[in-house]
Design a protein around this ligand. Structure first.
Ligand SMILES: [Zn+2]
Length: 90
């Protein structure tokens, strides 16, 4: 068995950083209940602003907090429109 090298330590650090900001969902703009546990629909997940398969980078600058269900809905879209960024710093 071989495992592809994945930088999970960095991912965990980024996740914690985003969690500590207690940011609202970057997709719908509503608050996130950070006490909810995955796979609750409204739990916190890390969303890639520009999806990885569209050339986005796996770095903190391309990550934002999102609801699990919002992230799923975004991924389900075939053609993702430019993500609204206005809500993230409001
Ligand atoms: Zn949301």
């Amino acid at each position: 068995m071989s495992k592809a090298p994945r930088n999970t330590a960095q991912r965990d650090r980024d996740r914690d950083r985003i969690r500590r900001t207690a940011a609202a969902c970057g997709i719908c703009g509503e608050p996130i209940d950070y006490a909810l546990k995955w796979p609750e629909k409204r739990c916190f997940v890390v969303d890639h602003v520009v999806p990885l398969h569209r050339g986005g980078l796996d770095v903190i600058g391309n990550k934002q907090a999102a609801h699990n269900e919002c992230n799923s809905a975004k991924r389900a879209r075939i053609v993702a429109p430019i993500v609204r960024r206005s809500g993230s710093l409001a």
